[in-house]
Design a binder for this molecule. Structure first.
Ligand code: SAM
Length: 282
């Protein structure tokens, strides 16, 4: 066993970095889209980076995968057809398929290598990949949503990397136009919306671009995410006029395990800290 060293991710937009004590690099692949690296850490299990950005750790990925999926799925009255854009590590897909009412979950990630690496180093996240309701596609999510049949989807989950590189086009009006058209009238778009501590302007821009595409109601839910810059992350939900009351009794009586999400956590996440509420309602 090699002597532990420290792996740091520096994140320019927040002027901060985070470090993990690692014992060795397990794997690395340069795909046509991005560089994927896997490390073994002393305390966080395996760690995946994409183009140098922290993506997933064995230890804390549940915060993110549960909050990017369950609030939207328990807010929708009866989600049956779900599309995940990105999500190549398959953790979000696993959470979506815990909902027995979901009949189809299509995951469209541009980079097959992310899934192949996740199958090797995060097999627990890929446990539902064989579910007959799951369909794994490897394509650009921009094209997938553009070509999606109008009014055919209940929930679109955008589980993408930061708005740079291949993911840049997942944060603009053109993409949100496609999502708006693909969603049914009671549909929900939910997207990872970065750090509410340091990237509030980006969240405001996302909501404005979603608004230009026709979405009229928005809800940003913050949650802890230790391995991401500032340790505090968010998802933003958008609808075509409906509100965000969620099926609290169903969430409280859910028949599946979660480590972070609960009906109370969902309710609490709806109360934004004053500085965030002020910035987003302005
Ligand atoms: N939880 C992570 C986060 O918040 O940064 C995201 C996890 S997942 C690994 C991000 C995925 O987005 C990657 O697998 C990447 O390949 C995918 N992605 C980026 N741009 C994409 C696009 N245009 N279409 C589909 N998938 C895309």
């Amino acid at each position: 066993m090699s002597a532990p060293t420290w792996l740091h991710e520096t994140f320019d937009p927040t002027g901060s970095s985070i470090g993990f004590r690692v014992t060795k690099k397990l794997d690395e692949v340069q795909s046509p889209f991005q560089k994927i690296e896997i490390y073994e850490s002393t305390d966080w299990g395996n760690v995946m980076l994409i183009d140098g950005a922290m993506m997933v750790t064995t230890r804390d990925n549940f915060f993110y995968h549960e909050m990017v999926s369950h609030p939207a799925l328990f807010t929708h009255a009866a989600p049956k057809r779900v599309v995940i854009i990105g999500g190549g590590d398959c953790g979000t897909l696993r959470e979506v398929l815990k909902h027995p009412g979901v009949e189809s979950a299509v995951q469209c990630d541009i980079d097959e290598q992310v899934t192949r690496m996740s199958e090797k180093y995060f097999p627990e996240l890929c446990a539902s990949n064989g579910d007959p309701r799951a369909q794994l596609l490897f394509d650009d999510g921009i094209a997938y949503m553009r070509d999606c049949a109008p009014g055919s989807v209940d929930v679109v989950i955008v589980d993408s990397t930061d708005p740079v590189g291949p993911a840049e086009g997942l944060f603009n009006k053109a993409f949100f136009d496609s999502c708006f058209r693909a969603l049914k009238d009671d549909g929900i778009l939910v997207q990872q919306s970065e750090s509410p501590l340091a990237l509030l302007d980006l969240i405001r821009e996302m909501r404005a671009e979603m608004g230009k595409a026709g979405f009229t109601t928005f809800q940003t839910l913050p949650f802890p995410q230790p391995c991401y810059p500032t340790g505090w992350w968010s998802v933003t939900l958008a609808r075509k006029g409906q509100g965000f009351d969620f099926r609290q009794a169903d969430a409280a009586a859910k028949g599946f395990e979660t480590a972070y999400y609960s009906a109370e956590i969902h309710k609490a996440a709806q109360v934004l800290p004053p500085f965030v509420a002020k910035a987003l309602e302005a």
